[in-house]
Design a binder for this molecule. Structure first.
Ligand code: ATR
Length: 271
């Protein structure tokens, strides 16, 4: 019988994870079944436990349950502990639950795939929610000159910067403290979802700078359009989605899928 995995979320019906993992399974000859499971907003843990009782082996976790997934784990990876959030669950021996977070490595693999340098550069991260918390440690480990976190609620960015200060040069504040230029600007806010643009200064990018939006959509986000108009090379978060999935697949199956064809497939499916 095929091993069963799923993505747990709310909403979850538009998730691309089933398509991605089914392709990974076919490509690597792994017999898996991967489904999207809608968990009620007040029933995440019950949905996970029912999935495990039915023989489920592991799950990806998406909005808004990553912190609840973190709380239910018996064992956490170091990167999940730092992130304070879990996006990959493994139903282990004797009902023990292992949690990991592959979002950060997913972002880094995608930045590498686009040949975006990180060592010695100045990086701006917009937002201070769960998405940003998950990627700060891996970014800082690459040795940038400085990471500046800017958030609408400036105190949240300052607190986040304090939490990660042991890993490198990181400062945080509100948009009034924002002073460019930056070699790379990463949008980790949910503003793109609402079609909104955070208040950004004209001179945001260094010449040859990059703009990365952790969101993706059929059309470039308002942030990426603005960035391109201001001289940056725009990159959306589709590659990050595929790369974080590949890392989760590796944790479950110990086989690394080839992400290139799956990125191309998703890009075609979007247009
Ligand atoms: P996620 O888990 O996806 O990070 P979140 O925790 O709700 O979601 O965080 C959303 C982030 O987007 C926050 O940093 C939020 O800023 P606040 O902390 O001030 O709420 C930011 N955000 C949402 N809409 C925004 C907008 N229109 N302009 C700027 N920042 C916005």
């Amino acid at each position: 019988m095929s091993d069963h995995y799923c993505v747990l979320g709310n909403p979850v019906e538009h998730s691309k994870s089933p398509l991605i993992h089914q392709r990974f399974g076919e490509q690597t000859g792994q017999e898996i079944v991967y489904t999207a499971e809608l968990a009620p907003l007040d029933g995440f843990v019950a949905t996970w436990r029912a999935f495990c009782e039915g023989g489920g082996r592991g799950a990806n976790v998406t909005v808004p349950f990553k912190e609840q997934a973190f709380a239910l784990c018996d064992t956490l990876s170091e990167r999940a502990r730092r992130a304070g959030a879990v996006n990959t669950l493994i139903n282990g021996q004797n009902g023990r639950v292992y949690g990991d977070n592959t979002d950060g490595v997913g972002l880094l693999r995608d930045l590498d795939a686009h040949h975006i340098p990180l060592k010695g550069v100045r990086i701006l991260v917009l937002g201070a929610g769960g998405a940003v918390r998950g990627v700060l440690a891996p970014l800082l480990e690459r040795g940038p000159r400085e990471v500046v976190i800017i958030n609408r609620t400036g105190a949240k960015a300052a607190a986040l910067a304090r939490d990660f200060a042991d890993l490198g040069a990181v400062v945080g504040g509100g948009y009034d403290a924002l002073e460019g230029p930056f070699d790379l600007v990463i949008n980790g806010t949910s503003a793109s979802l609402a079609g909104e643009l955070p208040p950004l200064p004209e001179a945001l990018f260094t010449p040859g700078g990059f703009a990365y939006d952790m969101m993706y959509a059929a059309e470039p986000t308002v942030f990426l359009r603005w960035a391109q108009d201001h001289g940056a090379t725009p990159v959306d978060g589709l590659g990050m989605l595929v790369e974080q999935a590949a890392e989760a697949f590796f944790l479950w199956r110990r086989v690394r899928p080839d992400t290139g064809p799956v990125r191309a497939l998703l890009r075609r499916a979007l247009t």
